[in-house]
Design a protein around this ligand. Structure first.
Ligand SMILES: Nc1ncnc2c1ncn2[C@@H]1O[C@H](COP(=O)(O)OP(=O)(O)OP(=O)(O)O)[C@@H](O)[C@H]1O
Ligand SMILES: [Mg+2]
Length: 122
């Protein structure tokens, strides 16, 4: 195991502009395996933008994402889901009838369910 083997996620030097306005300025985010973090900052700080980059919704202007020890190009939401990354969005545009678990597994229910019940990935 390399020196960074205990990190599940390493976002390095992530930059993002919208219409020439810098929203993310060389952001570094490292998350150790088995830990839970809160990403905190004032309104408009760029929290959602960073998470949308991780989820493949936006592409960074530059920077890299290492997931599970491997540099990973997340081109779209499907890539993120396949890597095991999920996002519950801040905006209330969710299908309200779904449970929290169903939100998390939205779009890949077949991979995770048996007879309608969510199962653990083998
Ligand atoms: N698609 C977009 N196009 C243009 N500007 C955007 C876009 N998405 C976000 N922004 C701008 O980028 C900045 C960061 O927004 P972001 O939503 O990431 O902030 P946030 O930290 O999640 O804020 P909040 O606490 O309000 O959720 C804001 O100035 C926002 O207006
Ligand atoms: Mg936000």
């Amino acid at each position: 195991m390399d020196v960074n083997g205990n990190y599940i996620l390493e976002m390095e030097n992530v930059n993002k502009q919208f219409s020439g306005v810098k929203v993310l300025d060389n952001v570094q985010l490292k998350v150790k395996r088995g830990t839970i973090h809160a990403l905190m900052g004032e309104n408009g700080a760029g929290k959602s933008t960073l998470m949308k980059i991780l989820m493949g919704i936006y592409q960074p202007d530059s920077g890299s994402i290492k997931f599970n020890g491997t540099y990973t190009k997340i081109n779209n939401v499907r890539d993120a889901l396949n890597a095991g990354i999920s996002m519950i969005h801040q905006e209330l545009v969710q299908p309200q009838h779904l449970t929290v678990a169903e939100h998390i597994f939205l779009g890949r229910e077949a991979d995770y369910s048996i007879r309608g019940v969510l199962k653990k990935r083998k």
